[in-house]
Design a protein. Structure first.
Lengths: 65, 473, 54
């Protein structure tokens, strides 16, 4: 998606993100952070392999187009 | 811009020429495979399988900005930036059920404009065309400007040279290859993007562990892990609603529905959405390494190329060049092809010259591809920063189409006056929210107001639409 | 004063977040209902029309 659109939001966001830490903060625990990072990389890897495998199957059956 | 380019000029030229020749050759080759009629040129013969359909959705939705702005919001907003950006996958997920309905209701249609015209009449169709043209033009220009800026930053190319090269290559293979060329190249481009992103993430996190990144963020930048970060909370749903507006109305996605085999339509949008959703999180996670290593980032939207080059050396810069070049061309080709279909079918065949033959529609589409390519170059010639501000406006416009499109596909009560009013009032209030409240509210306010107008208008004055009217074109 | 400003900012953000969630959820429900309405039916055979004939 065309998210150059975020630029003006980011200007505000950067200021907020670098502001002194508020009392109301809830930091994501380390294990969940790990889940987000590792899970996304595994997800992207699986998605890539799935598309390649589907392509191989459809190619062998002559069903690509 | 960074002072010194990340990539040697000789290598950059080699990559640019090699990939340009590859895309054009493949586009022309695929373009020659079809029957040569208008359906083949505009919709690749209407029989694309699951692999190509999923890959073209993925490639079209991963724009040059997804590979740059997603890391940027990951860097500035942390987890909410990554997760909020990933919510843009909602557009693809929620379009999956609509896609089945479209495919079954309109077996011979070619564009999203066909649906709006037949379902809601010409007044609503005119409003819809205005909205989609404004969005498409803004989208094309940001991709063109993005291309110039990125090649300048990565390789030291002149802004205009990079911009003209990327737009020129995309226009050329779209012109000769039509939708077949676009879908075929999209398949290779999406696999390149996905595989190389995995490579960068795995190599990067093998140098700095996830735990080390977490500890560094917790100590130095806790706001990036804060799930109650106000800016992150504001960012999240606006992105989701903006993406729904983009996907529901734009002919890029409708043309994929018409081009795909009926049995694969639903699965391709779900699979494409799942695959895409991981991209902003992966690129954001890569950007977080820049914070953890205290990398100097003079310009925040260059964080992804900078951290990749820092971690992987000159090989990393080559990988970034390929990812971004593939992202830009795969989005530009889809935009050019889908917009050309829309203009040739809706504006030329149904408005300016009704009754023209299929061959003339095909010729008109080819002319429009060239015209749009040249127009994009012309409008991107001078880099204007305020264009980005202007593009935010399109969030208000496209979000106003979500309910008219979705309700119009499912409910016979959805009436044409309400649909027109929903688009107009939703757009106006969204724009007012942008100016008077904050830019991040534009899509949200537009979608909410448009939904209320559409729902109430259709409830008070229900239409009894005969669905068979959509069977034609 | 600083804390109060931050809380106000957070409250505003949570409010807009909640509104965004409601609008999104409503849209999801409308689409899910529409999808269920037409699942397994002829695309032109409207259930409400059939009901009114009964």
């Amino acid at each position: 998606m065309p998210l150059l659109i975020t630029c003006p939001t980011i200007a505000t966001a950067t200021a907020l993100a670098t502001a002194p830490a508020p009392e109301t903060q809830w930091l994501l625990p380390a294990n969940l952070f790990r889940l987000v990072v590792v899970g996304s990389v595994i997800g992207l890897t699986v998605a890539t392999l799935v598309i390649v495998l589907i392509w191989l199957k459809e190619w062998r059956q002559g069903q690509l187009w | 811009m960074t002072e010194a380019p990340l990539l040697d000029a000789g290598i950059a030229w080699f990559l640019l020429v090699a990939f340009s020749v590859l895309w054009i050759a493949l586009g022309v080759w695929w373009g020659k495979r079809g029957k040569g009629d208008a359906d083949d040129y505009l919709l690749a013969g209407r029989n694309i399988g699951l692999a190509l359909s999923t890959a073209t959705l993925m490639a079209s939705w991963v724009t040059g900005n997804t590979t740059l702005a997603a890391p940027e919001v990951g860097y500035t907003l942390g987890l909410w930036g990554m997760l909020g950006y990933a919510l843009a996958g909602l557009g693809l997920f929620l379009f999956a059920p609509l896609a089945i309905r479209i495919k079954r209701l309109m077996p011979t249609a070619r564009t999203s404009g066909d649906f709006v015209r037949l379902r809601y009449g010409r007044v609503c169709w005119a409003v819809f065309l205005l909205i989609t043209m404004a969005y498409t033009l803004g989208f094309l220009i940001t991709q063109g400007m993005g291309a110039g800026l990125l090649l300048q930053a990565l390789s030291g190319f002149d802004y205009r040279l990079g911009m003209v090269c990327v737009i020129g290559v995309s226009t050329t293979y779209t012109l000769f290859g039509g939708m077949r060329g676009v879908v075929g190249t999209d398949f290779i481009q999406s696999l390149l993007i996905m595989a190389l992103l995995v490579l960068v993430a795995v190599l990067g996190y093998s140098r700095i562990s996830v735990e080390e990144v977490y500890v560094a963020l917790e100590a130095e930048h806790p706001s990036r892990l804060n799930m109650l970060l106000p800016a992150g909370l504001l960012f999240a749903w606006n992105t989701g609603l903006f993406s729904m507006g983009e996907v529901f109305h734009n002919n890029i996605w409708w043309s994929r529905v018409f081009a795909s085999r009926p049995s694969v339509v639903f699965r391709s949008f779900i699979l494409g959405g799942l695959a895409w959703t991981t991209v902003p999180i992966v690129t954001g996670a890569i950007a977080l390494m820049a914070l953890a290593t205290n990398l100097d980032v003079p310009q925040v939207n260059m964080v992804f190329p900078l951290i990749t080059a820092e971690l992987l050396g000159s090989g990393g810069a080559v990988v970034v060049f390929i990812i971004i070049f593939a992202s830009l061309t795969s989005t530009l080709d889809s935009l050019l092809a889908a917009s050309a279909d829309l203009i040739a079918e809706d504006v030329v065949a149904h408005w300016l010259r009704p009754g023209i033959s299929d061959a003339q529609i095909r010729q008109a589409a080819r002319l429009v591809v060239v015209g749009l390519g040249l127009l994009t170059m012309l409008l991107s010639w001078q880099y204007i920063t305020s264009m980005y501000q202007l593009l935010l406006f399109t969030g208000a416009l496209v979000a106003s189409t979500i309910w008219p499109i979705a309700m119009g596909l499912y409910w016979p009560q959805a009436n044409r006056q309400a649909a027109t009013a929903a688009m107009v009032v939703g757009s106006i209030t969204g724009l007012l929210a942008y100016v008077l409240v904050a830019p991040y509210c534009a899509a949200l306010v537009s979608a909410a107001v448009s939904a209320a107008v559409m729902g109430l208008g259709s409830h008070w004055n229900p239409e009894r639409f005969d669905w068979r009217q959509l069977a034609g074109r | 004063m600083q804390t109060e400003w931050c809380m106000t900012e957070l409250q505003q953000a949570l409010l807009i977040f909640a509104i965004g969630a409601v609008v999104t959820l409503t849209t999801v429900i409308m689409i899910a209902r529409g999808h269920a309405r037409w699942h397994g039916r002829d695309p032109y055979d409207d259930p409400s029309r059939a009901a009114s004939h009964d």
